[in-house]
Design a protein around this ligand. Structure first.
Ligand SMILES: *Cc1c(COP(=O)(O)O)cnc(C)c1O
Length: 479
């Protein structure tokens, strides 16, 4: 109808539908062989099945109204309590289970914006974000109208705490630190930042979305880390995802606060709705019961010993990756990652790191690209333990191939990534990326593939050429 897809006139048998779904997955990244270094935290089929069973047993349950499904409220309370303990929170530490890290980060911004308005009358709110803050914080800035003030990095790619005092003012509603930050796996100087925030009377949130379910266990295993959680007095809230290193099913994160006085500003109550008096602790309306059940199940199943063992295996894989990359003369690890994430770039200017990425892709690996500085990324998990050797082998080959053929930097996705990261007119890049996304999301939206497969590559190339053309024209105009 009107060119749109139609429902099958008669429904299809369940088995046939499931078969079709399985076929859809064929072109997806091959995470089960651990060749993917982002997006999926995978252990094995047995764990996957276990999560599925836990999810299934509560998939119809709804956390929207925490007074209705007592089971879900009980799971939420237990999850938050365990986490408060792991994060060394005081006895009053409280919080909410959310659908993911982004929801947790959005909520922190909403909470502190509203708190600053209520307590200090702040009408033009600002927040201090290290430039490596997760992109969810920039999303929150746009959604909630809180202006980000960017805290630059020091030489080791840590947030430069010396510049923090100059960025805090009367409009500041929160200071953010990450443990660790996503791009390079570096833990920000939380202790020093917390002291400055506390002295200025500004709340400090620690984004431990990726670190929250591994740093505590790394410490229990004897690894010395700089203080990063509620042990730092200035830290007022922490986000920690269960669906990352907690190995829950997707859709489970947490936000905790040092006290209920903070959390109260997260709550939404509307007493005059014809549908009934309404109260909600987080962003979502319907909150999927399955996500709670799978998260609770994962935590109970692993227990402290299980998570410690996963952390140990992860850090073994991480150490092998870091040392293996550092031993390749043309490459260097970026910053000083604490694990479990790391990034690396080219030390040798004859090697284009994005072209190295293309070579890795061609060998069946899936790696993320970074910019400012250019790099490749690896989110290392316990399951990568078995593939680090193969990865490093392919990486060495990839570097040799790229070094021998510099033209590779101008082809494949390397050209696109290079262009996207280096064109100085960032607003133009933003517009072009928006166009590409709109192409994907228009009616009957097409698939976007940054690699060779037509027709999308044609789109990307055309954009890249256009951007390059504008850049040249702009340079000429400037003489
Ligand atoms: C993953 C991540 C987020 C966002 O979490 P999602 O679950 O992807 O929404 C936020 N902050 C950090 C540091 C992260 O690593």
């Amino acid at each position: 109808m009107n060119g749109h897809a139609a429902l099958p006139p008669q429904g299809r048998p369940r088995e046939e539908v499931l078969q079709a779904l399985r076929a859809f997955a064929e072109g997806d990244p091959d995470y089960k062989s651990n060749r993917l270094w982002s997006l999926v935290y995978w252990l094995d089929d047995a764990h996957d099945e276990f999560l599925g069973q836990a999810w299934q047993s509560f998939q119809s349950a709804n956390g929207l109204n925490p007074t209705a499904f007592q089971s879900l409220k009980r799971m939420e309370t237990e999850i938050i309590s365990v986490l408060a303990g792991l994060l060394h929170g005081p006895p009053e530490t409280c919080g909410v289970v959310t659908s993911g890290g982004t929801e947790s980060c959005l909520l922190a911004v909403k909470t502190y914006r509203d708190m600053a308005l209520a307590q200090r009358g702040v009408k033009k709110p600002e927040m201090v974000l290290p430039v490596t803050a997760h992109v969810a914080w920039f999303k929150a800035a746009e959604y909630f109208g809180v202006r980000p003030r960017l805290l630059p990095l020091d030489a080791s790619l840590r947030a430069d705490v010396a510049q923090l005092p100059g960025l805090v003012n009367r409009q500041t509603v929160l200071v953010l630190g990450s443990a660790p930050e996503y791009p390079h796996g570096t833990i920000d100087p939380i202790e020093a930042m917390g002291a400055i925030a506390a002295a200025r009377g500004v709340p400090m949130h620690v984004d431990a979305c990726v670190g929250g379910f591994i740093l505590p266990f790394m410490e229990m295993n004897g690894r010395a880390l700089p203080a990063w959680d509620y042990r730092v007095p200035g830290v007022t809230s922490i986000s920690a995802d269960i669906h990352k290193y907690g190995f829950a099913a997707k859709g489970a994160s947490t936000i905790t606060y040092r006290s209920l006085e903070l959390l109260r500003h997260q709550m939404f109550v509307y007493q005059d709705w014809p549908g009934g008096v309404f109260a909600s602790p987080a962003l979502l309306g319907t909150r999927p019961g399955g996500a709670y059940a799978a998260a609770w199940a994962a935590m109970q199943h692993f227990g402290e010993a299980g998570y410690r063992e996963l952390a140990a295996r992860t850090m073994q894989a991480f150490g092998a990756m870091r040392d293996g990359i550092a031993a390749i003369p043309e490459l260097q690890v970026l910053g000083d990652p604490s694990g479990p994430l790391l990034a690396y770039g080219a030390r040798d200017r004859a090697v284009n790191i994005f072209a190295v990425g293309d070579q890795l892709d061609a060998k069946g690996w899936t790696v993320n690209r970074l910019q400012q500085p250019d790099g490749l990324h690896a989110m290392v998990t316990a399951a990568h333990d078995g593939v680090v050797g193969a990865y490093l082998h392919d990486l060495r080959e990839a570097v040799a191939v790229v070094k021998a053929d510099p033209s590779l930097a101008r082809s494949g996705s390397a050209a696109t990534y290079g262009m996207m990261s280096h064109v100085p007119l960032r607003g133009m890049v933003k517009d072009k990326v928006l166009d590409l996304f709109l192409q994907m999301y228009r009616a009957g939206g097409q698939k976007l593939d940054l690699h060779a497969a037509p027709p999308a590559a044609g789109v990307v190339d055309a954009v890249a050429q256009k951007v390059a053309g504008w850049y040249v024209a702009w340079k000429q105009r400037r003489g």
